[in-house]
Ligand binder design. Structure first.
Ligand code: 1YM
Length: 645
C-alpha cells in the first residue's frame, strides 16, 4: 500500500505539466502515423498488434512468461494477454507518473526504462506500445503484479480512466485490449493470415514461447497454437516442408552462441534440399532483415570457407580447385537470427543490419560449429558436398559453353539482340524497356511508343521455367538471352546493377491465362537470377485495358468490369463494349494511349514484401510436383491473381 500512497502524492505534483508534455509526444504520432508505423493501410494496422506482442515476447525472453494469447474479438478489437510478471505498479521517478502510464504514453526509441532491462524484440522503429495507444480509439491495460491488480484506460492516447489499484489478486501478467482508430486507418479489418504468419515467425524466433492466436469474429472462428521447442531449427524444417522439393539430409544443422540473457547471441539453422536455388533468411532482434547485412555476410563468407576446407580435407577437391559461394548455397535453406543491444539498421527500408561485430560473431560460429558438425556427421557432409560439386560442375559446363560460343560477350551486353527496338535516351533513370508477348503486339508497341525513351523487346517462343533448370540451361536459353543482353547488367555472379540499361522494365502481356503464365515465368527468372532488380523496384507490370467502349466517335477504355459498367452508364445504353482478346488486337495508337503513355497508363510495381512468401510462391507454382501446386493455388487464389508479390 505504501507504493500506492507515494503514487498519489507524486501524481498531485507533476501530473498536469507532464500530461501536457506526454500528449504533445503522442500527438506527433497521430499527425504523422506513417513515420511511426510505415503506413496507415493494412501493414500499419497489423503493426499495432506487433508492438504489444513484442513487449510480451520480451517478457518470455527474460524467462518470466511462457504463454501469450492474442485474440481478434468480434468487434475487430484485439486482446493480448501474457502470464509474465506484470508491469510494476510504482511511480517512475524520472517523470513522476505510474510506470504503466509511461510505457503507454511515452515515445521511446530502443532501451526500456525499467530495472536496467533492454528491449530486443523490437517493433519497426523500436517505438513501442505508446504508438499503438496513440493510434487506438481506446486501449485498456490490466496489469497483475506483486499480488495487486492495476488498470488504466486511454482514448486516442489520452488518459480516460486514470491509473488505479483495483485490489488484491493471485494472478500475474499483463492484458491489453485495444481497438484501432478508424479515423486514422484506411483499413480496420484484421487479416487473420497476416497475424498468423507473424505470430508463427515470432514463435520460431523465440524458441519455447507458446502463442495462441484466436479469431472470434462471426463466421471466422478459428484458433492456432504456435509453439516450437526447436526454434529456428523448426523454422527451417517448416520452410523445407512448404517447398516442392526433397530434403537431402535428414536433420537440420543447428548452431548457436550466446543466450537471450547473455547478449550478443547468434544462431543459425541449415538444411539442404534438392532444388537449385537458395533460401537464406535473416533476422536481427526478431525483425526480418530482408536486405541482409553484416550477419548474412559473415554467414556466407564462413560457409564458403568451411565447405572448401572440408572438401579439401576429405580429398574431393584437389589442387587449386574451389567451390564458389553460389555452389555451396545451391539448395540451401537457412535461417540466421542474431540478438544484440544497439542494433543499427541501414538502408531506406531499415531492413539491413549494420553492426560489423555481427559479421565476426556469425563467421566464428559457423567456422567452428559447422566444421565440427561435418567432422561428426560425415554422411551429411558427403551429401552436401556432392550437391555443391554438382552445382560447381554445372557452372563449369555453363562457363565452357559460354566461351565456346563466345556467349560470354553476348551475355555481357556488348551485343544487343536483333529484335530490340532501342530508344535514343542513354540515361538509365529515364528509360523504359517493354518486354512484349508476341510479335504482333511487339509490332504495335514499336509503332506506338515514344522512341526517345521507350525501347521494345518482343519475346520469342516460350520463356524457360528457371525453377526447373540449372544455370547452364538458363545461360543458353533462346528466350532469355535477348532479355539478358538488352538489360546489359549480366546475370548470376557477374550481375552488376550499375550496368543496367533501363530504369523501368515493363512486362506487357495479355490479361488472359497465357499472359499470366508468361508474367509468372519472367518474374521467377528475375526473382531467382536478378533479384536486385525487383528489390530496387525496377520491374513493372503493364495494365492493358480489358474493354473498349464506344458510342459514335467517343471511345473510352475500361480496365475492369466495374469501370466498364460505369462508362456505359455515362455514355448511355447505346454505347457498345468490346472485350479485347489480346494486346495484338490494339493498333499502335490505342496501345500508346491506354498502356504506354506515362500520363495515362497505370503500372504495377512488383515489390518483395515478403521474401519467404515469394520463394514459396515460385517454388510451388513452378516446381515439378503437381499436387502441392494444386493445393497451393486452391489455398492462395489471391496470390495467383495478384502478382504484386
Ligand atoms: C500484453 C503485453 O507488456 N508485458 C510485460 C511488460 C513489461 C514487463 C512484463 C516487465 C518488464 C520489466 C520488469 C523489465 C514491461 N515493463 C516495462 C517497464 N504484455 C506486456 N510484462 N518487470 C516487468 O523489463 O525490467 C515496460 S514493458 F517499463 F516497467 F520496465
Amino acid at each position: 500500500m505504501e507504493e500506492h500512497n507515494q503514487m498519489q502524492e507524486e501524481l498531485q505534483k507533476g501530473y498536469e505539466d507532464e500530461q501536457i508534455r506526454v500528449l504533445e509526444g503522442l500527438e506527433a504520432v497521430r499527425i504523422r502515423p506513417g513515420m511511426y508505423i510505415g503506413t496507415t493501410s493494412s501493414g500499419g494496422l497489423h503493426h499495432l498488434v506487433y508492438e504489444i506482442v513484442d513487449n510480451a515476447i520480451d517478457e518470455t525472453q527474460a524467462g518470466e512468461c511462457d504463454t501469450i494469447l492474442v485474440t481478434v474479438n468480434s468487434d475487430n478489437s484485439i486482446t493480448v494477454k501474457d502470464n509474465g510478471r506484470g508491469i510494476p505498479g510504482g511511480i517512475n521517478p524520472q517523470v513522476g507518473l505510474p510506470t504503466l502510464e509511461v510505457v503507454y504514453t511515452k515515445l521511446h526509441a530502443g532501451g526500456k526504462f525499467g530495472d536496467g532491462g533492454y528491449k530486443v524484440a523490437g517493433g519497426l522503429h523500436g517505438v513501442g506500445a505508446s504508438v499503438t495507444n496513440a493510434l487506438s480509439e481506446f486501449l485498456e491495460v490490466t496489469s497483475c503484479h506483486g499480488g495487486k491488480k492495476y488498470t488504466e484506460r486511454f482514448e486516442r492516447g489520452e488518459v480516460a480512466i486514470p491509473f488505479k489499484c483495483e485490489g488484491d489478486t493471485d494472478d500475474h501478467g499483463v492484458t491489453v485490449h485495444f481497438k484501432p482508430d478508424p479515423t486514422i486507418f484506411e483499413v480496420t479489418e484484421f487479416d487473420y493470415d497476416v497475424l498468423l504468419n507473424r505470430m508463427r515467425e515470432q514463435s520460431f524466433l523465440n524458441a519455447g514461447v507458446k502463442i495462441i492466436l484466436k479469431d472470434e469474429r462471426e463466421g471466422c472462428e478459428q484458433e492456432n497454437t504456435l509453439h516450437f521447442e526447436g526454434g529456428i531449427a523448426s523454422y527451417v524444417d517448416y520452410l523445407n516442408g512448404l517447398k516442392s522439393c526433397e530434403r537431402i539430409h535428414p536433420e537440420v544443422i543447428y548452431m548457436k552462441i550466446g543466450t537471450p540473457s547473455e547478449l550478443p547471441m547468434a544462431e543459425v539453422a541449415i538444411q539442404y534440399n534438392d532444388s537449385y536455388n537458395e533460401t537464406v533468411i535473416s533476422f536481427a532482434n526478431s525483425m526480418a532483415t530482408i536486405e541482409g547485412g553484416m550477419h548474412e555476410t559473415g554467414f556466407r563468407t564462413a560457409l564458403t570457407k568451411v565447405m572448401n576446407d572440408y572438401a579439401k580435407k576429405v580429398g574431393i577437391l584437389k589442387g587449386d580447385d574451389k567451390l564458389s559461394g553460389e555452389d555451396v548455397r545451391e539448395g540451401i535453406c537457412a535461417v540466421i537470427s542474431v540478438k544484440l543491444e544497439n542494433a543499427q539498421f541501414e538502408s531506406q527500408t531499415k531492413a539491413k543490419l549494420g553492426n560489423s561485430e555481427m559479421r565476426t560473431l556469425v563467421d566464428n560460429l559457423i567456422t567452428k560449429k559447422l566444421s565440427e558438425y561435418l567432422e561428426e556427421n560425415p554422411n551429411t557432409g558427403k551429401m552436401i558436398l556432392e550437391k555443391s560439386l554438382a552445382a560447381s560442375r554445372a557452372r563449369e559446363a555453363a562457363r565452357k559453353a559460354r566461351e565456346l560460343t563466345r556467349r560470354k560477350s553476348v551475355l555481357e551486353g556488348s551485343t544487343l539482340p536483333g529484335k530490340l527496338a532501342d530508344c535514343q535516351e542513354r540515361r538509365t533513370e529515364l528509360t523504359e524497356l517493354y518486354l512484349v508477348e508476341g510479335d504482333s503486339a511487339g509490332g504495335s508497341a514499336k509503332d506506338g511508343r515514344d522512341s526517345r525513351f521507350q525501347a521494345i523487346l518482343p519475346l520469342r517462343g516460350k520463356v524457360l521455367n528457371v525453377e526447373k533448370s540449372r544455370l547452364d540451361k538458363v545461360y543458353s536459353n533462346q528466350s532469355l538471352i535477348p532479355i539478358i543482353q538488352a538489360l546489359g547488367c549480366g546475370i548470376g555472379e557477374e550481375f552488376d546493377i550499375e550496368k543496367l540499361r533501363y530504369g523501368k522494365i515493363i512486362i506487357m502481356a495479355d490479361a488472359d491465362v497465357d499472359g499470366s503464365h508468361i508474367r509468372v515465368l519472367l518474374l521467377t527468372f528475375f526473382f531467382r537470377h536478378m533479384r536486385q532488380l525487383i528489390e530496387e523496384g525496377h520491374i513493372y507490370l503493364a495494365q492493358p485495358p480489358l474493354y473498349k467502349i464506344h458510342r459514335g466517335k467517343i471511345v473510352k477504355y475500361a480496365f475492369n468490369d466495374a469501370e466498364k459498367e460505369k462508362i456505359i452508364e455515362e455514355l448511355g445504353t447505346s454505347a457498345e463494349a468490346e472485350r479485347y482478346k489480346g494486346l495484338g488486337e490494339m493498333d499502335p495508337e490505342q496501345l500508346w494511349e491506354t498502356t504506354m503513355d506515362p500520363s495515362y497508363r497505370t503500372l504495377l510495381r512488383v515489390n518483395i514484401q515478403d521474401a519467404i512468401r515469394c520463394d514459396q510462391l515460385f517454388s510451388v507454382l513452378m516446381g515439378d510436383q503437381v499436387e502441392p501446386r494444386r493445393e497451393f493455388i486452391e489455398q492462395n487464389a489471391k496470390f495467383a491473381e495478384n502478382l504484386d508479390i
